[in-house]
Design a protein around this ligand. Structure first.
Ligand code: ADP
Ligand code: CA
Ligand code: CA
Ligand code: CA
Length: 421
């Protein structure tokens, strides 16, 4: 009999971030790409593994989008549907449920995407959770005034740290809540609630894992800096983090317990946490997807030699066999890092110095540039995006750190005077 190649629908992946496409190609999986509505995708220059493009706005009309997918499934079947874009996780879970494809289901996706639900479920399971209050209306801000300050105010459905803001004292709470609510309305388009939670003091880490049939395998723990706020722009990611065995074990235990508490039994996850007081892991959030639009694939595969995204796609297509890795962290084969070029200012970009030279640096695998001369950078909280990612590999994390210190000096953005936007 004829076995067609498995096909997976990939929702809202930017084609400028290539890793998941390359993994699909290596895994022999065809992709049907649903591009981001704001990204121009030319049919004659498609990324690897993409066999078809389906244009669909899942945010404008959810029911219509589900209908289009159902018709496509009936006419030209596919075996799975995935996304790396956090706001699309509930839609993808719903579509998979509707079509009987592998997935975590709508309710579990809600717990992994809505920070109010996530905090409540983690607390109910007895995990380490900071004091928190959900606000469904900014007028209720006083409910959060009795928390231990400083606190962090964040959108229930946020991503990329958009709007996330620290309030140092109860005096500034009302204005911070109002401002974050405004940012949600203007930047996220969806404004239905906030979480206010105690500020977790300590360095930040990210964990990449894969769940399959309820079995959770850790791949890497990486260092994410120690941002102090008041805003929390993404910065560095370097793995494997230099941590004691004891702290690594504590992190793995907490992360596995979070998968159980939220019911995440299948697929890739990206967990962010802080070590409160330098030792105790407290989750910031867990995403039921590959992190960083695929940056997590670059990091996890660079550190372990395991093709994380390929396995994630096999799980989505229902063709994964062996569980990946073991109960403990696999021994690292190298260090991998991402450096997000900081805006360091605002206005119209005149020049970005130091990026072109990096493309020839043997440590650098990718320079992904997102902002160019002529683009306008607005100051926080009216944020416009990150200038560039620099992805690199090193013998160990100390060399990655040294390289990032070099990048702090080597990359510079010049801004022109700009009329206030
Ligand atoms: P998003 O979904 O927008 O990424 P996060 O919950 O991950 O939202 O918050 C973004 C960043 O804000 C985190 O990476 C962290 O640096 C900071 N942050 C969020 N909550 C807290 C907290 N309770 N304590 C300390 N820092 C926090
Ligand atoms: Ca998030
Ligand atoms: Ca986050
Ligand atoms: Ca972050």
């Amino acid at each position: 009999t004829h076995h067609p190649r498995p096909t997976v629908v990939l929702v809202y992946q930017r084609i400028s971030l290539p890793w998941v496409f390359e993994s699909a190609e290596r895994a022999g999986i065809d992709l049907v790409l649903i591009p981001r509505p704001d990204e121009a995708v030319s049919e004659d220059r498609l990324p690897p593994a993409v066999v078809d493009v389906l244009r669909l706005d899942i945010e404008a009309d959810r029911a219509a989008a589900l209908n289009v997918l159902r018709r496509r499934y009936e006419q030209n079947t596919f075996q799975g549907i995935v996304t790396l874009y956090d706001p699309a996780v509930p839609f993808v879970a719903e579509a998979a449920e509707l079509l009987g494809l592998p997935g975590i289901g709508r309710d579990v996706a809600l717990g992994a995407q809505d920070k109010r639900v996530m905090r409540a479920r983690l607390a109910a399971a007895g995990l380490n959770v900071p004091g928190f209050v959900r606000l469904d209306d900014p007028a209720d801000w006083e409910k959060a005034a009795s928390l231990a300050f400083p606190v962090v105010v964040k959108p229930a459905h946020g991503f990329s740290s958009l709007g996330v803001t620290k309030a140092e004292s109860p005096h500034s709470l009302k204005s911070v809540v109002d401002q974050v609510w405004q940012t949600c309305a203007s930047k996220l388009g969806q404004v239905d609630g906030l979480v206010v939670e105690e500020y977790l003091d300590g360095p930040e880490f990210a964990v990449e894992s894969l769940a399959h049939g309820g079995d959770v395998r850790m791949l890497t723990i990486g260092y994410k800096g120690d941002p102090q706020g008041p805003h929390f722009e993404e910065g560095v990611y370097r793995a494997p983090a230099a941590l004691s065995e004891t702290v690594q074990d504590d992190i793995c235990r907490e992360v596995k317990a979070a998968h159980r508490a939220l019911g995440i039994t299948d697929g890739p996850t990206h967990t962010e946490l802080r070590l409160r007081g330098g030792v105790t892991p407290y989750l910031l959030e867990i995403g039921a997807r590959i992190g960083g639009s695929g940056v997590s694939q670059y990091i996890a595969s660079g550190v372990t030699g395991i093709d994380f995204a390929a396995q994630a796609l096999r799980i989505a297509a229902g063709i994964a066999t062996e569980p990946l890795g073991s109960g403990t962290l696999p021994a690292p084969v190298a260090a991998a890092a991402n450096y997000i070029v900081p805006c360091n200012g605002s206005g119209r970009i005149i020049a970005i110095h130091g990026l072109d030279e990096l493309r020839a640096d043997p440590r650098v695998d990718h320079v992904v540039q997102m902002l160019f001369p002529g683009d306008i950078v607005r100051p926080y909280p009216d944020f416009t995006g990150y200038p560039a990612f620099v992805l690199s590999r090193h013998a160990n994390i100390a060399e990655a750190e040294e390289f990032h210190q070099f990048l702090d000096q080597a990359i510079r953005i010049d801004y022109g005077h700009e009329e206030q936007a």
